[in-house]
Design a protein around this ligand. Sequence first.
Ligand SMILES: [Zn+2]
Length: 300
Amino acid sequence: MTPDRPPSAPTAAGLEAVSCPLCGPAPGAALQHRFSPFAVVACRGCGLKFLSPRLPEAEVLKLYQAESYYQAGGVGPGYDDYRQARANWHKTFEARLAAIRAWQPAGRALDVGCGPGYFMEVAARQGYEVWGVDVSDYGRRLARASFGDRVLAGTLEQAPLEPQSFDLLTAFDTFEHLYTPLSFLSKARDLLRPGGLLVITTPNARSWLARVSGRRWVSFKIPEHVFFWSPSTIRRALGDQYRIVTIESAGQYTSVEFLVRRSLGLRGAAASRLQAVAGRLGQVNVWMDNGSMTVMAQRI
Ligand SMILES: [Zn+2]
């Protein structure tokens, strides 16, 4: 399949400068890394890193509509061979669900940013009643093939769902994309029953991988990642609406071929040649610390 041409890079015009959602504009923010015309800055008050200036939200939402976002093959924004990596996502989500089951072993689950529905598939197999919500038409179309009307369009805040109707709310590799993370957390609290579990996996700006990688950190996916949380900043964001259960480093299963391709920065024809040469080695899958963290918190 030939992917659509990935969306082109934006110009400097029309970007928006933002201040820390936890502290407001008063403390100011210090430049960390330039990704012209964007920049990653750190709040001088709490240390939260975020993209400023950034695209307006309506612009970045457009990026997620196309299949090319999921199949960009390492060129521009997108998730590398997302569908081909389905088996690895299943294994990754099975491992994450094993940790979740210790705290919330059953019930109604809502996956925010469900994409093609890989976590939904794993959770359904384990007996949860699963729902999903996603801003991407493409991701939703795939998830709806299995889950029909339980896959809702739009953001969590827009989803027409009953208050206090879920036991589990998950957001994997989604929170860093959110323009209004505090309103997300308060909507999630509305939807969870008291004692219900919120699970967020997001890049950890204080992780070993982030610190040794500097500007080249794989989670600086610009312009679509707009916040780079850490255990201390996400703790502040959760505030007194949640009781934090655990904050642990997250990982994922990935193929050796993918790791080599990424670390060498191979694209296009060079990447295809590696895939051909790697052969069976490319099929070997490994567990990788990806510099992300998983936060589990109970709704109070
Ligand atoms: Zn701050």
